[in-house]
Design a protein around this ligand. Structure first.
Ligand SMILES: *Cc1c(COP(=O)(O)O)cnc(C)c1O
Length: 389
C-alpha cells in the first residue's frame, strides 16, 4: 500500500491481502496451523529460509493484516499484535530488557502496568523508578547507567496529564535509552509518538482501536530491529492475538478517526458544560484552556481526546451519588467504547494502591472519570448532572 495516502485511506485500505476467492471484506483465517507441500518446504518454513505461514502462535494472515494496518497508521516499520494491552507491555519489556536493567516510568500509569513493573519484572531483577508524569528533568535525573527504557503514558489515566513526547525523546536519545509511549488514550488518529521521536508505541487495542467494547487485544509498534526482538519473544512465550480478535480490531481501525473526532467533540462539549456547573470543583480535560498542559496538548494531539475527569464538590458520598444517579451511562471499568462509561477511580482502578499513594497521585475521593462515547451529548450531560444537584 502506498504510504503517501492519507490516514483515513490507510485505515481502510492498508494491509488487506486477498485470497484466491478475491473477497472484498478482509478474510478471517480461523486455523491453528498451515499445511506444507512437502517435508522440504516444512523445513524451509520452520527455519525461516522460505517466507510463509507456519503456526498460529506466531503467524496468521488476519493478524498480519491488522499489524500492517496499525503500523501504517503509527508510521512504524513494524507492528506486533498481542493478546492484550498488558501482553504488549510484557512482551516489550521481556524482549528488550534483562536482569539488572532499569526502567524510568511516568508515575501516572495504568494500575496493571505498575503491578507488572513492580511485582513481576521486579522479581526478575528489573527495577523501576517513577517520576512525576509531566516533569522532563525528573526523567533525566532518574536515569542511571543501567537504565534501558523510559516508559510514559500520555495523556495519563485518570487525570489526563500530558508529557512532552518530543522533549522526552530528546532525553532518551541523549542518554542512549529507548522511549516507549502507551498511546491508548489518543490512538494514532490524534497522536503519533514515533513521528514525535519515540522508539516504541504500546496499544491496548481493547480500547479505541476496537472501539466498541468487543474484544481484548494489544499491539507494539516501532522499528524493525526492536520489533524483531518482540516477535521472537512472542513466538516462544505465546501471548499472541487470536485471529478473530485481530479481525474485529482490523474492522475497528476503519472507523477509528471518525470515532476519535466525534468522541473528542462530545468530550470537549461535556467538559465545558461540567466546568460551568456549580456542583463541580474541577475538570481535567486537555482540550480546556484551564488544563495545565493545554498548549502542549494542542500542539502534540489533534484534540483533547475523549476522556474527561472531574471532581465533584465533596468526597466519596457525593461522587458515588453522581454515579448511582446515572440511568444511561455504564458503570464499568472499560474505556474507549462508543458507549459512555463512568468510574470512581479511588475505589476501582486505583483502589489497590494505598490512600497515601493515591493522594500523592492527585486521585481524590471526589474524582470521577468519564470515557465519553457517541450518544447524544445532551443525554450524557443530563445523566451526569442528575446526581450533582
Ligand atoms: C487498558 C489499558 C492497558 C491494558 O490493556 P488491556 O488490553 O486491558 O490488557 C494499558 N494501558 C492503558 C493506558 C490502558 O488503558
Amino acid at each position: 500500500m502506498d504510504k503517501s495516502y492519507d490516514f483515513d485511506t490507510l485505515a481502510i485500505r492498508t494491509g488487506q491481502e486477498r485470497s484466491q476467492f478475491n473477497e472484498h471484506g478482509e478474510a478471517l483465517y480461523l486455523t491453528s496451523s498451515f499445511v506444507f507441500d512437502n517435508a522440504a518446504q516444512a523445513a524451509a518454513r520452520f527455519s525461516g529460509a522460505e517466507a510463509g505461514y507456519v503456526y498460529g502462535r506466531f503467524s496468521n494472515p488476519t493478524v498480519t493484516m491488522m499489524q500492517d494496518r496499525l503500523a501504517a497508521l503509527e508510521v512504524a516499520e513494524a507492528c506486533i499484535a498481542t493478546a492484550s494491552g498488558m501482553a504488549a507491555i510484557m512482551a516489550t519489556t521481556m524482549a528488550l530488557l534483562k536482569a539488572g536493567d532499569h526502567i524510568v516510568s511516568s508515575r501516572g500509569i495504568f494500575g496493571a502496568t505498575q503491578q507488572l513493573f513492580d511485582n513481576i519484572l521486579g522479581r526478575f531483577g528489573v527495577e523501576t523508578t517513577y517520576v512525576p508524569t509531566t516533569d522532563i528533568e525528573a526523567y533525566r535525573e532518574a536515569i542511571r547507567p543501567n537504565t534501558r527504557l523510559i516508559f510514559a503514558e500520555t495523556p495519563s489515566n485518570p487525570l489526563t496529564e500530558v508529557v512532552d513526547i518530543g522533549a522526552l525523546a530528546a532525553v532518551a536519545r541523549d542518554k542512549g535509552v529507548l522511549l516507549a509511549i502507551d498511546n491508548c488514550f489518543c490512538t494514532p488518529a490524534l497522536q503519533r509518538p514515533l513521528v514525535l521521536g519515540a522508539d516504541i508505541v504500546i496499544h491496548s487495542a481493547t480500547k479505541y482501536l476496537d472501539g466498541q467494547g468487543r474484544v481484548i487485544g494489544g499491539a507494539v509498534c516501532g522499528r524493525k530491529a526492536e520489533m524483531d526482538e518482540v516477535f521472537k519473544f512472542l513466538r516462544t512465550a505465546g501471548p499472541s492475538l487470536s485471529p478473530f480478535n485481530a479481525w474485529v480490531i482490523l474492522k475497528g481501525l476503519e472507523t477509528l478517526n471518525l470515532r476519535m473526532q466525534a468522541q473528542s467533540a462530545h468530550a470537549l462539549e461535556l467538559a465545558r458544560r461540567l466546568e460551568a456547573h456549580p456542583g463541580v470543583a474541577r475538570v481535567f480535560y486537555p482540550g480546556l484552556a484551564s488544563h495545565p498542559q493545554h498548549e502542549l496538548a494542542m500542539r502534540q494531539q489533534k484534540t483533547g481526546g475523549a476522556i474527561v475527569s472531574f471532581e465533584v464538590k465533596g468526597a466519596r458520598t457525593e461522587a458515588w451519588r453522581v454515579i448511582d444517579a446515572c440511568r444511561m451511562l455504564s458503570v464499568t471499568a472499560n474505556l474507549g467504547d462508543v458507549k459512555t462509561t463512568i468510574t470512581h477511580p479511588a475505589t476501582t482502578t486505583h483502589g489497590r494502591i494505598s490512600a497515601e499513594a493515591r493522594a500523592a497521585a492527585g486521585i481524590s475521593e471526589g474524582l470521577i472519570r468519564v470515557a465519553v462515547g457517541l450518544e447524544s451529548v445532551d443525554d450524557i450531560y443530563s445523566d451526569l448532572v442528575a446526581g450533582l444537584a
